[in-house]
Write a protein that binds this ligand. Structure first.
Ligand SMILES: Nc1nc2c(ncn2[C@@H]2O[C@H](COP(=O)(O)OP(=O)(O)OP(=O)(O)O)[C@@H](O)[C@H]2O)c(=O)[nH]1
Ligand SMILES: [Mg+2]
Length: 302
């Protein structure tokens, strides 16, 4: 009889290193939103990969940073919880931005907490498509000589390079155990949540500077209809009136464009046509407001 393995795997790294891209590559499905801007992921995203002899429960996390407002503090609480839940840790380095991992490995939380954990740790060197092969070999040798990690794996999450090796290495270190989720379950969050995330992804792509960081997206209505398009109404919460003006744009042009691209991406995700309504609401300083953050789902139950 072959053994069955099950475990939680936290994917950790600095903002923009490619953690969510790796989660999607491992699941072979777009679950977590990814953009060229840092701080895209704000809550931990759970993604389940089930095969006959194993079940890997991935925890994609917000990029590690030193928080300067309450929302960022909540984001780091999610990182903390993921680390605590994890049986195995994947630390990801963006080899283009931080080839020797100095930024990541010298980050307080990483240096003092993560590196000292007894849990097995894999180091994933991401974005090697941007590097010459000799440089990649040099980096692997450099990190292997540090002996901090069970394995050092060069990958390109966006080009799907070496993703299978990541999976195979994870399985090696996974504890024995039976499945915790049904085989056909891919996540623990609702469709509504992923729809709100897709709107936020498009906000990050379209708007600049502080604007996308001041936005939260809430689904206020999600009507499933058998005979016509689903009706989805989303509220974009901003911190200031001036941001509301920017989101809407001249004569409503910006929000119209946002609605179009977000709708397309939601339709792709849900595999059906939808009608998407967007409204903008000002909630002053929501990013520093404990109660509002709580109502937006930023406080953990446990
Ligand atoms: N060239 C290259 N770009 C990549 C690779 N993997 C991810 N990216 C890009 O890096 C950017 C950030 O990717 P994300 O997956 O959103 O990064 P993240 O670590 O989840 O970021 P946060 O959620 O902000 O912490 C996106 O523009 C990706 O397309 C890679 O292997 N090569
Ligand atoms: Mg992310």
């Amino acid at each position: 009889m072959t053994e069955h393995k099950t475990g939680y795997v936290a994917i950790l790294g600095l903002p923009n290193s490619g953690k969510s891209t790796l989660l999607n590559a491992l699941l072979d499905q777009k679950l977590s939103i990814t953009t060229a801007k840092p701080q895209t992921t704000r809550k931990r995203i759970l993604g389940i990969l089930s095969e006959k002899n194993f079940q890997i429960i991935f925890l994609d996390t917000p990029g590690i940073l030193s928080p300067s407002y309450l929302l960022q503090k909540k984001m780091m609480e999610d990182v903390d919880l993921a680390v605590k839940d994890a049986d195995l840790i994947i630390l990801m380095i963006d080899t283009f931005d931080d080839p020797r991992g100095e930024k990541l490995l010298n980050q307080e939380f990483v240096k003092k907490f993560i590196l000292n954990l007894k849990k097995p740790k894999l180091l994933v060197l991401n974005k090697v498509d941007q590097l010459k092969q000799e440089k990649v070999i040099e980096l692997i040798k450099y990190f292997e000589s540090q002996k901090l990690f069970k394995e050092v794996i060069p990958i390109s999450a966006s080009l799907n390079f070496n993703i299978k090796r990541v999976k195979d290495e994870i399985i090696q270190f996974l504890p024995e155990g039976s499945k915790l989720f049904p085989d056909d379950q891919i996540t623990d969050a609702s469709e509504r949540y992923f729809v709100s995330e897709l709107v936020r992804e498009k906000i990050l792509e379209i708007y600049r500077d502080e604007v996308p960081y001041s936005c939260e997206v809430l689904i206020v209505e999600f009507k499933e209809r058998e005979t016509s398009k689903h009706f989805i109404s989303a509220e974009i919460v901003v911190e200031r009136d001036s941001q509301k003006v920017i989101i809407i744009g001249k004569g409503g042009s910006a929000i119209k464009k946002l609605g179009e691209v977000a709708r397309k991406s939601i339709e792709e995700f849900l595999q059906r046509e939808v009608f998407l309504e967007l409204r903008v609401k000002v909630r002053r300083k929501w990013r520093s407001d404990e109660n509002l953050l709580k109502s937006f789902g930023y406080t953990k139950k446990d």
